[in-house]
Design a protein around this ligand. Structure first.
Ligand SMILES: NC(=O)C1=CN([C@@H]2O[C@H](COP(=O)(O)OP(=O)(O)OC[C@H]3O[C@@H](n4cnc5c(N)ncnc54)[C@H](O)[C@@H]3O)[C@@H](O)[C@H]2O)C=CC1
Ligand SMILES: O=C(O)C(=O)Cc1ccc(O)cc1
Length: 307
């Protein structure tokens, strides 16, 4: 148990990320009260059965009343309307944050509704799995993972630091970044890999010459890794690609050019080109492993169910 960092926290949206936050707050004793609200009545009931909070509200405005910290953990496309619906109930000095995978579009949607008397600290934990819903959260999810804060010019240093302290209490490492840079970095390290996974699994599913049963039966571990990522939540990822459009298209353009060079090397039997690239990429993997960010880390891609 740590000292409570906040008296009352409100969690709006209680899926994979919201429930992992709730479990961290509960297990580490980081807030005296945790009010939960989410769109679906079934999800709200399930959150109560799992004892993720201390009060449960159908109306998000009721949950945020008197809260010192409000965290939105909803699909990126829902952030603006949810912010609008809670704005009038925020207490003076309240900190409002989010966990969205895209920052530019979320900030553009939320910022106009944040009252002057509140502090908006946008955030993004670089941690998650392909699972969704309130049953998929777990305590270790954020351990040794980065959480990026993208404070705005009107955000106070004190509010950023209080939110950073909460993420550190979850075991996360915290870094600050500009909004634009965040969206570019995430386009290459997270959004494009998901697009590639969705595409390759889709291509395999549509083949006429190889049956779906064969794809399932003979899938080697490389393909299996893609199927895990391609099992990620459709609503969440639809919103990511629609809202980080420019950065994803920029990275996709670079990716397509590089893929065309590989295609040419294979066609012309340019083994040196293939060997050189594969040597450089192997070095990147080794530096990720050395930095302790590899798949052997305790939480990667695993949930309590699969452990
Ligand atoms: N799943 C992941 O690996 C990661 C997700 N994120 C971000 O976290 C956010 C939430 O994602 P997950 O927890 O994975 O999704 P999820 O699908 O597990 O949970 C989403 C929650 O939002 C609620 N919700 C949906 N629309 C709503 C609305 N209009 N009003 C109130 N509640 C609403 C749902 O009922 C559910 O409780 C997304 O913005 C996503 O980009 C960030 C890091 C990792
Ligand atoms: O499941 C995976 O491999 C992930 O990459 C999880 C993830 C998904 C979305 C994010 O914004 C951050 C992390």
């Amino acid at each position: 148990m740590t000292e409570p960092l906040f008296e009352k926290v409100a969690l709006i949206g209680i899926g994979h990320i919201g429930s992992s936050i709730a479990i961290n707050i509960r297990e580490r004793g980081l807030a005296a009260h945790v009010a939960i609200s989410t769109r679906g009545e079934d999800t709200l009931r399930r959150a109560e059965e799992l004892e993720l909070g201390t009060s449960y509200h159908s109306d998000p405005a009721d949950a945020v009343r008197n809260a010192d910290l409000v965290i939105l953990s909803v699909p990126v496309g829902a952030s603006g309307p949810v912010m609008q619906s809670i704005a009038h109930a925020l207490k003076p000095g309240a900190i409002v944050s989010d966990v969205g995978s895209v920052k530019g579009a979320v900030i553009a949607a939320m910022r106009p509704h944040v009252p002057k008397h509140a502090q908006f600290v946008p955030a993004h934990p670089l941690a998650g799995t392909e699972n969704s819903g309130p049953d998929s959260g777990f305590l270790e999810l954020f351990e040794n993972r980065w959480t990026i804060l993208t404070p705005l010019e009107e955000t106070s240093e004190e509010a950023s630091e209080r939110l950073a302290a909460l993420w550190r209490a979850f075991g996360a490492r915290v870094e600050r970044m500009s909004v634009e840079h965040h969206d570019l970095v995430l386009a290459i390290v997270s959004h494009l890999p998901h697009l590639i996974a969705y595409n390759i699994v889709g291509t395999a599913a549509d083949l006429e010459t190889v049956t779906q049963q064969e794809v399932i039966k003979f899938s080697a571990s490389g393909f299996r890794d893609f199927t895990r990522i391609a099992a990620s939540d459709p609503t969440m990822w639809r919103d990511v690609f629609l809202t980080n459009r420019e950065a994803v298209l920029e990275m996709l353009g670079r990716f397509s050019e590089d893929l065309a060079s590989l295609q040419r090397a294979i066609r012309w039997g340019d083994g040196d080109m293939l060997f050189d690239l594969f040597t450089r990429t192997r070095a990147i993997r080794r530096s990720i492993v050395e930095a302790g960010q590899d798949t052997a880390a305790p939480n990667f891609g695993r949930t309590p169910q699969s452990r």
